[in-house]
Design a protein around this ligand. Sequence first.
Ligand SMILES: Nc1ncnc2c1ncn2[C@@H]1O[C@H](COP(=O)(O)OP(=O)(O)OP(=O)(O)O)[C@@H](O)[C@H]1O
Ligand SMILES: [Mg+2]
Length: 465
Amino acid sequence: MLSIRNRLAALFFLITAFAVGVVLLYVTPQLRSSLREEKLGTLAEVAERYSEPITEAAADDASTRTLERVVGEAADRAGVRVILLDVELDEDGEPTSAALVADSAEDPDLNELRFATGLAAARTGATVTGTEMGAEQRLAEAATALVADGKLVGVAVFASPADDVEAQVALLTRQILVAGAIALTLALVIGVLVARAISQRVRRIERGAEQVAAGDFSARFPTDSPDELGQLARALDDMQRQLAELDSARKRFIATASHELRTPIFSLGGFLELLEEEELDEPTRRVFLRQVRDQVDRLGKLATDLLDLSRLEAGSLELRHEDCDVGLLAEGVTSEFVPALVSHDSRMELRLAGRRLRAVCDPERVAQVLRILIDNALTHTPSGTALVVTAERSDGRVRLTVRDYGPGIDDEALERVFEPFYTSDGTQGSGLGLAIARELTERMEGSLGVESAPGRTAFTLELPA
Ligand SMILES: Nc1ncnc2c1ncn2[C@@H]1O[C@H](COP(=O)(O)OP(=O)(O)OP(=O)(O)O)[C@@H](O)[C@H]1O
Ligand SMILES: [Mg+2]
């Protein structure tokens, strides 16, 4: 019952009913009174214009016949009924009685008529208008005092039926009612149609939302109209597209992660089978065991990385925000890499611009990011490549840069290095290092960027100071 459709239809109906009601209750009475006024005004004008000959005849004490003729002529010219009254006045000028002298009408209903307007005209000497109920119908009257040489010689009443005003008003009321009934029906029909069209569109959007909620991202929303519903549909369409992208990213992530996990597990299985063979000489066994250890390390790192990344994306990894000395931190991390540098036959230089480089961050996580960057600079460059790590402060931020003089990263790869599982060379990495590094920096309100050209690559970590 309270659906948008019913409410809209009811609203259309009520607004139209209200409009019709206002016309009936407010406009109709106004029309009636202005029609009446107009009628009386016209009668008064007519009375003043055509009473002249009657005044002259009455002033001349003409015979009743003459008066009747003059009154008849005036009635013909004016097109209304004309009555001539003889009014007696007392010493104070107050009218005492009115006697009929002549009447242009054939069937006078004089018993009923009091001619209050006539008496008032005699008292005031002016033209007085009003209505009066006759035997059969209401009369509109304009009475004018006939004055000759300052003396009242009679009163002429110009009268015409007032019922035509009522008839006109009644006709108009009927017409308004008929038009109102038509308008109400139309309003109801149009209201129902418009409301049905709107509610159908809402239903379509609702069905799309239900489909998306059920995990079906192929749902489409009707975005063909520019109105509010169209805008809502467009917003939902955008949301649906993003959900679909997220969903496919999630599926890709799971597929790649399981693939990455399977590779070392398969290789482990293979080595274990080989190790089970009885006549294995000691050096080969040692090589195999070393391979097994490598694969186990790789699995361990992968598991830790995956856990870190999923915690970061879920927002459940708690990071500390504390004031720490980034210079000291960089010194600590670079010293961890001494053995790796030896085996890679490289040199690493640490340049600290100033002693106290303080930033707001989680020291363990900054160290983790730095390890990822230095590890990459060693893993993805040929042996003997030189590395420079710099720490400096500028524009209220502390900047840590890991620069290597390796072959560089090509433009296409440069855009994707921060994607999870992205690797651009044949090394054994799983491609999670930079993805984790970027998530970590963003969680510390910092940023991680890269610049690369053939012969040099620099990753820069910026932290709020
Ligand atoms: N300093 C660098 N020089 C050249 N290429 C680099 C450098 N750092 C990163 N890359 C490229 O970016 C890719 C992504 O790096 P990332 O650290 O995310 O993954 P990975 O090192 O391959 O694997 P993981 O770090 O998870 O073991 C690398 O595979 C490599 O191709
Ligand atoms: Mg890496």
